[in-house]
Ligand binder design. Structure first.
Ligand SMILES: Cc1cc2nc3c(=O)[nH]c(=O)nc-3n(C[C@H](O)[C@H](O)[C@H](O)COP(=O)(O)OP(=O)(O)OC[C@H]3O[C@@H](n4cnc5c(N)ncnc54)[C@H](O)[C@@H]3O)c2cc1C
Length: 549
């Protein structure tokens, strides 16, 4: 017997809705609230307020500070990493304002590590020509998010909606008919506890939804990283760019349950070896005999992936057994404790590792202020493609981009605060008439497992045309089935995420197929070289769907 389950919720009106509570969303909210004490802001987030990739950042945030550094050097390092497709003006803009972004964070109460003489300490990471990374031990993200969340909670204008998942953007009918890009006037938001979909209206909507690491089997990202903002904006008709450039980190802990513990590059910097399980062979000899374990991230990640493909094991080993235990526990306190909690003693045991999806360089196309193609809609942080990272992100540049773009978008979007919405009263509430059944959890889980496995094997670190074509067929079939589930089943967070991640997978694979070269975070076995001419890749929903769906 079919059963209709109504999920219609309430209607809310705000000046601004921020979707996502990572570094970008929190900084945007604080800046807008400080500058406009009368405006009403909704901060919507899928988990708890501190649930984001930002919280897990270990290394730090890059900005020029030391005497032996210059803005131009940081710009050059960023452009080099970006492999020819960064937008130069954006890079210059962000890096020039880097020191101001650090000041902003300190003003919000963020504590960075200091030298013994009481100056802010700076460290260096791969690809940087100088020491310019501000950090707080190996838990920089935690220190930043802790302070920002504390500040946000004190702001009476910001209403926080934890365990609320944005389902879709709301667009006005009127502007769609006039042939212009539509105007975004709000979002449908699932209240997970009540299982209701509320209708939120706002004069401006900010997508700060982070990356999409969950599209691959192994990822350093937390569970919330499912590309929701990108999929929502794409469905609404905004352009997305550079989706083929996924940065993989070589060493994530391989563990059945504890599945997003990143083992920082600094471990190899301090002398960790990579070995094959069984033989113990240091296989980097075959890939980069000179640099060995200190070869660049992409070379090490490809080497590990290739070795795993050939072997009966699903991982390789990271070996620090030749290092002193007391040194390891002081230098890497968080990792030391985390591994120990899983029964792994860094100084005594081999650590199983796999390469993992770490950072999406592409996303929703924006201008220098975070403005997307759609009126009143902004995208900031990892969900956006501002042109800063190009084909590959320089380490510690993403937190910097998050702060900068948040502050910039807050300035730019304030113009909408005096532009009231028109005709939005006619927009309907969430329509659940088509819902005839509750979801079948096991089927949804099977799609998750299937998709992430396929993306890892065919569309991950090493790609070929044949593999990508096969993969696209598989994904398209899944996508049709998932779309049907979406319309017929009660909306839940995992169904929303599954629908979004399959859409992001389609974008990644389509972009990877069309890029017949290897560049930055994209490697094609059949086109191993970089073309002379560089171009970003831009795509738009072919159906130009401008209806609410
Ligand atoms: C383990 C790890 C280490 C890293 N180390 C560094 C580093 O040292 N330096 C550096 O610069 N970068 C680092 N990065 C990258 C960096 O942390 C991220 O790129 C950055 O924090 C992204 O910030 P964000 O605000 O854009 O998104 P996030 O911090 O990912 O926040 C996204 C937010 O959106 C919410 N959300 C998503 N979808 C929805 C939805 N549908 N409805 C409601 N809410 C939603 C999420 O719950 C979350 O709150 C690291 C990343 C990881 C995973």
């Amino acid at each position: 017997m079919t059963q209709i389950i109504s999920q219609q919720g309430h209607r809310f009106h705000y000046d601004a809705i921020i979707i996502g509570s990572g570094i970008a969303g929190l900084c945007y909210g604080l800046r807008l609230a400080h500058k406009h004490p009368n405006c009403k802001i909704a901060l919507v987030t899928k988990g708890q307020l501190d649930d984001s990739s930002s919280r897990y950042a270990q290394g730090g945030i890059a900005a020029v500070a030391g005497k032996n550094d210059s803005i131009q050097d940081h710009i050059n390092d960023t452009l080099n990493a970006g492999a020819g497709i960064c937008v130069q003006e954006v890079v210059e803009d962000i890096i020039q304002q880097g020191p101001k972004c650090i000041e902003y964070l300190i003003d919000q109460g963020v504590i960075f590590s200091q030298t013994e003489s009481g100056e802010l300490a700076l460290t260096k990471e791969g690809g940087h020509s100088a020491r310019r990374i501000f950090y707080n031990t190996d838990q920089t993200g935690q220190a930043i998010i802790h302070s920002l969340v504390k500040k946000v909670k004190l702001q009476s204008q910001i209403d926080c909606f934890a365990q609320h998942t944005a389902v879709n953007l709301i667009l006005t009918e009127q502007l769609q008919q006039s042939g212009k890009f539509p105007e975004v006037v709000g979002a449908y938001i699932l209240d997970e506890k009540l299982s209701l979909v509320h209708t939120f209206f706002a004069k401006t909507v900010i997508l700060a939804t982070g990356g999409a690491g969950k599209v691959y089997r192994y990822s350093s990202n937390p569970e919330v990283a499912t590309g929701d903002g990108i999929a929502m904006a794409y469905r609404a008709g905004a352009r997305v760019g550079n989706m083929e450039f996924y940065q993989f980190h070589p060493t994530l802990l391989y563990h059945r349950k504890f599945n997003n513990l990143l083992l920082t590059e600094a471990l190899r910097g301090e002398g960790a070896y990579l070995r094959l399980p069984g033989s113990g062979f240091r296989f980097m000899k075959n890939y980069s005999p000179e640099k060995m374990e200190l070869a660049t991230r992409d070379i090490v990640a490809r080497a590990i992936f290739s070795e795993i493909e050939k072997s009966e094991y699903s991982y390789v080993h990271l070996d620090l057994r030749h290092k002193d235990n007391s040194f390891l526990s002081k230098r890497f306190p968080y990792l030391y404790k985390s591994l120990l909690s899983q029964g792994i003693d860094m100084g005594e045991d081999l650590i199983p590792v796999v390469p993992a999806a770490h950072y999406l360089c592409g996303g929703i196309l924006t201008n220098q202020c975070g403005q997307t193609d759609l009126t009143r809609l902004y995208a900031i942080g990892e969900t956006a493609c501002s042109g800063f990272h190009g084909a590959n992100r320089l380490a510690s540049n993403s937190l910097l981009e998050g702060v900068f773009m948040a502050l910039k978008a807050a300035e730019d979007s304030e113009k909408w605060l005096s532009h009231s919405l028109k005709n939005h009263q006619e927009i309907g509430d969430w329509d659940s008439k088509g819902v005839t059944d509750r979801r079948r959890a096991s089927q949804i889980n099977a799609h998750w497992r299937g998709l992430r496995g396929e993306m890892t094997s065919y569309g991950g670190i090493i790609r070929t045309e044949a593999g990508l074509k096969d993969l696209l067929k598989l994904i398209n079939t899944r996508s049709e089935m998932i779309e049907e589930y979406y319309w017929k089943h009660t909306i839940t967070r995992d169904l929303i995420e599954l629908r979004n991640i399959v859409s992001v997978a389609q974008m990644i694979v389509t972009a990877a197929l069309s890029r017949q070269e290897s560049r930055g975070g994209h490697f094609r076995d059949d086109f191993p070289n970089q073309n002379e001419i560089s171009r970003p890749s831009i795509m738009k929903n072919p159906q130009k769907v401008h209806t609410v769906s």
